[in-house]
Design a protein around this ligand. Structure first.
Ligand code: UTP
Length: 295
């Protein structure tokens, strides 16, 4: 039997300020912005559920109550939909419910950085491996990105971060890998640097918002050391695990969209709506209309 425990829990850090979407995010959390027909947080939740996750841990903050309410049971709405015979909508509502023994909430009172947000979940995670999904990173894939990672983790154990290649001029926006040997989709991680300048970046392989980590990362996070941008960085704590535990980058199959930026969010809406059975063809026609116009 493997010495690595299975991944049963996922942490969703949703306490950020979402300043790039102001004023839309003045009151409404960024994670509630809809990607076609469901909020970003629901896309992330469904991906985790499809990967076999059993416990969903939200790290929330001020003005974020809407996120937990979204996953609540809505009896009046369900009764109304039933009485009107809207069973497809009823199905859609049901798929956004998380039962009380599966949803756990904790708060990050000040947005001190992603590493700090993850640390806030340490009691709820306990002494077992866990996944992290950043809801503003979405991955359109035949097999959901986290499911690909869990399948790989079940073979290799240790720590896994999903990675993609970025243009060298963009390394200062990402956590970047110092890479070792490659074996299929797996790349040995020799080091991790948060937001290096292009000339200092050890590679152009960057970490995107899907992780599987061992609980030892909390030992490093609990030192509250600040890094790039004066924030408590998850990358710095992860880097300290290298050498004591296996650590791999995982080249996922699929297309990632950065829904934390306006352009990435718009592109994601186009890509996801083109895949939509009901509206995909119409969206294609609309795009052709704009593609051929000069203004
Ligand atoms: P971002 O780096 O996108 O930050 O966080 P942000 O505050 O949400 O957005 P901008 O840059 O101001 O527009 C990535 C993820 O980490 C969470 C965010 O909610 C998002 O899901 N996060 C970030 C926290 O939970 N707490 C933090 O202190 C920082």
């Amino acid at each position: 039997m493997s010495k690595w425990k299975p991944v049963r829990k996922a942490v969703f850090p949703v306490a950020g300020l979402g300043t790039r979407f102001l004023p839309a995010t003045k009151v409404m959390p960024k994670e509630m912005l809809p990607l076609v027909d469901r909020p970003l947080i629901q896309h992330a939740f469904e991906e985790a559920r499809e990967a076999g996750i059993e416990e969903f841990i939200f790290v929330t903050g001020r003005h974020k109550n809407m996120l937990e309410e979204h996953f609540d049971f809505q009896p009046e709405l369900e009764d109304t939909l039933k009485s009107r015979g809207k069973f497809d909508m009823l199905e859609a509502i049901k798929s956004s419910e998380i039962s009380e023994n599966q949803l756990f909430l904790t708060r990050q009172t000040r947005p001190l950085g992603l590493g700090h947000a993850i640390w806030c979940a340490h009691k709820l995670v306990g002494d077992e491996p866990f996944a992290i999904l950043l809801p503003d990173d979405v991955v359109l894939a035949d097999t959901p990105c986290l499911k690909q990672m869990v399948d790989s983790y079940n073979e290799t154990g240790g720590n896994l971060v999903s990675v993609m290649d970025v243009p060298r001029e963009q390394t200062a926006s990402y956590g970047i890998l110092d890479t070792g040997k490659e074996n299929g989709n797996l790349i040995e991680v020799k080091g991790l640097v948060e937001k290096p300048k292009p000339e200092d970046a050890p590679s152009t392989l960057s970490v995107i918002g899907r992780y599987i980590l061992q609980p030892e990362v909390f030992t490093h996070l609990s030192k509250f050391e600040t890094g790039a941008g004066g924030e408590i960085q998850l990358t710095d704590a992860m880097a300290k695990l290298i050498g004591s535990q296996p650590f791999h980058g995982y080249r996922y199959e699929g297309q990632r969209y950065d829904c934390g930026s306006r352009l990435g969010f718009i592109e994601a809406n186009i890509a996801y709506s083109l895949k939509d059975k009901e509206i995909g063809d119409d969206v294609r026609q609309i795009l052709q209309k704009y593609g051929s116009s000069q203004s």
